[in-house]
Design a protein around this ligand. Structure first.
Ligand SMILES: Nc1nc2c(ncn2[C@@H]2O[C@H](COP(=O)(O)OP(=O)(O)OP(=O)(O)O)[C@@H](O)[C@H]2O)c(=O)[nH]1
Ligand SMILES: [Zn+2]
Ligand SMILES: [Zn+2]
Length: 282
């Protein structure tokens, strides 16, 4: 288990530890927590499906433009769809406040040390939202290009953002995250003229090398470039989900379960002893 970032234990699932026997090993604690997560995720999804709500999980490294994209999306879609947002950050209500300023309901989860959301944290947030009043729920995950990809929250689709200032090789370097994408968004396209080494085509090739056929869109929420195709995609997904749940069916995101192995303790690093350095002669 990841002891350094405290990844797997959150305020949402900590209570489960109380029910575990004292002699339990770290590996069995981890697998029990993950099994509980998956069960809770199914419960969350069924709850959303009963209301015909599509839940979209936004993931990216910190600062790729998730909240900015949500602000621009809500401004253009709120007259057509009823939208709510769950925000995940380690600290602060900043992102939820930005979303509320757009006139929609936003619930902020602060994870403290955990670098991803989990299904128990999302359950608590769902309790705070009037689910009878929405069609589309965005979940903005904690900014992190590794851990969020491996946790089912009970949502339906993963959208992974890659901003042009991060480099087009990120899908190759962070395969778990980009394999999880049901849609990849190349963001901040207004900055492309200032960068001589980012190619949206190369970013897409790196995604395809992971055998991920997800669509790729390039846009700028700041300059309102390429937004139409994204808004169209979202509206189509909402319609498709309503007819899916009418047939008692649902949709599961491409959660990367094997990525959870990353949370097991890394082998201890061994350092060579170093002789003390004296900068003067006695
Ligand atoms: N030029 C440009 N800047 C952008 C765009 N979208 C976001 N930004 C800027 O990028 C910075 C980070 O944007 P956020 O929307 O806060 O990013 P985030 O992914 O929500 O960040 P975290 O929640 O901290 O992970 C801000 O300074 C934004 O103004 C864009 O389309 N173009
Ligand atoms: Zn982690
Ligand atoms: Zn944000």
């Amino acid at each position: 288990m990841c002891d350094t970032c405290g990844c797997n234990i959150t305020s949402g699932n900590r209570h489960l530890l109380l029910d575990m026997p004292k002699a339990t090993t770290p590996v069995s604690v981890l697998s029990t927590l993950l099994a509980h997560n998956d069960k809770q995720a199914e419960t969350n999804r069924a709850r959303l499906d009963r209301q015909g709500i599509l839940a979209v999980n936004l993931m990216s490294s910190p600062g790729s433009g998730k909240t900015a994209l949500l602000e621009a999306t809500i401004a253009q879609l709120k007259s057509r769809l009823r939208i709510a947002v769950i925000e995940g950050d380690l600290e602060t209500e900043n992102d939820a406040a930005r979303i509320r300023a757009q006139g929609v309901v936003a619930h902020q989860i602060t994870t403290g040390t955990a670098c991803h959301l989990d299904a128990h944290l999302v359950e608590g947030a769902l309790d705070q939202i009037d689910l009878g009043q929405i069609d589309l729920l965005f979940i903005e995950n904690v900014g992190n290009l590794v851990c969020p990809a491996s946790f089912d929250l009970g949502h339906h689709l993963n959208v992974t953002l890659l901003s042009v200032t991060e480099g087009d090789d990120k899908p190759a370097k962070y395969p778990v995250m980009f394999r999880a994408a049901d849609l990849m968004l190349v963001t901040k396209s207004d900055l492309l003229p200032h960068l001589d080494d980012f190619s949206p085509q190369r970013a897409e090739q790196h995604l395809r090398a992971l055998a991920n056929p997800a669509p790729v869109l390039t846009l700028s929420s700041r300059k309102n470039q390429g937004m139409e195709v994204w808004l169209q995609w979202l509206q189509e997904q909402v319609v498709a989900h309503k007819s899916r749940v009418a047939q008692q069916e649902t949709l599961k995101p491409r959660v990367q379960k094997e990525g959870r192995a990353l949370h097991q303790a890394a082998p201890a690093v061994r350092f060579r002893p170093v002789k003390p350095v004296h900068d003067h002669v006695d």
